[in-house]
Design a protein around this ligand. Structure first.
Ligand SMILES: Cc1ncc(COP(=O)(O)O)c(C=O)c1O
Length: 452
């Protein structure tokens, strides 16, 4: 399903090597052919901001969704048990991602919970997870009454470090839950090899990684099951929404059944009637499905645009001292760029704290964020560990060791102090918009002394 015109890193570099970027980079930090004044008042200090124009608003909506939305509204068939839109969306989404089947869900969280249950993650199990993720990835494991066990992060790729996984495996480990965080593919070949060796299942949290690719295959199709989110901020948004993708009919029938109150579903369950399985209501509404089918039509073109702009940022930002753009993991062929991340090394900014750097960039008209913190110290882990259920399910020794291990995630801790993100809607701009970003970072660098 690879698009013939898909824009690869290599093609981009080849096409720009003698163009703007190529000449720009020769000038060290005098980027983009228009060196800034060495001294220029920062906007946060009352100077003129690099940018005053708005960024693209998100989400966008398209008039082709209006008629089907009204038609669903007027029909009264708002839930998928009485409509056809959910099923139509599942077929199109599976096609887009390159999987045999999809099950639409109410949210990405619902997709992950369904996948974990169907793949047999049960009370008292352990699941290996990246600590560098949205909190939902921790929560879904807790919701199974299992233990999310963190393998430290690779700071360069922002992803789980596969070399740190084996030491976390024990007789309770049931699954690995890699997250293609920020849209950056996790190291799936290594992760799958470890899972195979230890007889573990692999559920991909692809909630930020629509159309990202690893080894030329779409993220979400590399493990046993892949889970996506369509929440408001996502690249294919419907307010709330999610999907599970997979190739195994029996497993996918079970996913459908679980998300639909445990009713029997599909050929593999034809011998059953009524409610033969556990389940819940995790269904997507027909309205969500209609919005998604409209949004999906732009997904590939948007992904190409984000890639083009992200590669441009890579090639320019890297020449500013102390700015280290993300690195794609070995085998990753394409990020989705849900966020554009880099590491900010304050040593190169005379010790300027990241928060001050972020505030200065924002004042220049560049939205940005420091991203995930060390949220495993926020209290939720202890709230779970000290509950009656966890004390019954895990030994005191195991829980105490677990508590200690939360203080042994040095790479993740450092990444949470140094990461900087730009948002995906910014990457849908034109090259001049990317130039604003680069100029603003360069301006803060060159005038950092004003902030000390
Ligand atoms: C990495 C990750 N996992 C899981 C989720 C959960 O998805 P949802 O918000 O649709 O429940 C999200 C959503 O933000 C996410 O970013």
């Amino acid at each position: 399903m690879k698009r013939p015109d898909s824009f690869t890193r290599r093609k981009f570099i080849a096409s720009t090597a003698t163009g703007t970027v190529g000449t720009v980079l020769a000038g060290n930090i005098s980027l983009l052919g228009s060196p800034l004044q060495a001294v220029s008042e920062l906007a946060i200090k009352g100077g003129k901001p690099v940018r005053t124009a708005d960024w693209l608003k998100w989400p966008r909506w398209y008039s082709d969704a209006e008629e089907p939305m009204l038609s669903v509204l007027r029909s009264g068939d708002w839930y998928r048990g009485r409509g056809t839109k959910g099923t139509e969306f599942e077929r199109l989404y599976a096609e887009l991602i390159g999987s045999k089947r999809a099950v639409a869900t109410a949210s990405g969280t619902a997709a992950l919970e369904t996948a974990l249950h169907v793949m047999g993650v049960d009370a008292g199990d352990e699941v290996i997870v990246s600590p560098y993720t949205f909190i939902a990835t921790y929560n879904v494991v807790f919701n199974q009454k299992a233990l999310p066990v963190f393998a430290d992060t690779d700071q360069e790729t922002f992803n789980i470090n596969p070399h740190k996984i084996p030491e976390k495996i024990n007789e309770r480990t049931r699954a690995i839950l890699p997250v293609h965080i920020l849209g950056l593919p996790a190291d799936m070949n290594r992760i799958n090899a470890i899972a195979k060796k230890h007889d573990l299942v692999v559920i991909e949290d692809a909630c930020q990684a629509w159309l990202a690719e690893y080894d030329g295959k779409k993220c979400g199709t590399l493990g046993d099951l892949g889970c996506f989110s369509f929440q408001n901020s996502k690249h294919i948004p419907s307010g709330e929404g999610g999907a599970i993708v997979g190739n195994d009919d029996k497993i996918m029938d079970h996913c459908y059944s679980y998300h639909n109150c445990g009713r029997a579903f599909g050929n593999s369950m034809s011998a059953f009637q009524g409610y033969p399985f556990r389940g819940g209501n995790k269904r997507m509404t027909e309205f969500q499905a209609v919005i998604l089918m409209s949004q999906m039509q732009r997904a590939r073109a948007d992904a190409d645009k984000r890639l083009e702009n992200a590669l441009y940022l890579d090639s320019t930002l890297k020449d500013i001292p102390g700015i280290i753009p993300y690195k794609l993991t070995e085998g990753a062929t394409r990020s989705a760029y849900h966020l554009y991340p880099f590491r900010y090394k304050k040593e190169y900014f005379d010790g300027l704290p990241r928060e001050k750097f972020l505030a200065a960039l924002r004042a220049e008209g560049i939205p940005c964020d420091g991203g995930y913190g060390p949220q495993y110290h926020d209290g939720l882990m202890e709230e779970a560990l000290s509950s009656r259920g966890y004390k019954r399910l895990f030994s005191k020794q195991r829980l105490n060791r677990y508590r200690e291990e939360l203080y042994n995630l040095p790479d993740n801790d450092q990444l949470t102090r140094e990461a900087v993100w730009f948002f995906q809607n910014m990457l849908l701009g034109e090259q001049k918009d990317m130039d604003d970003i680069v100029h603003a970072v360069q301006k803060v660098y060159e005038n950092r002394k004003q902030l000390l």
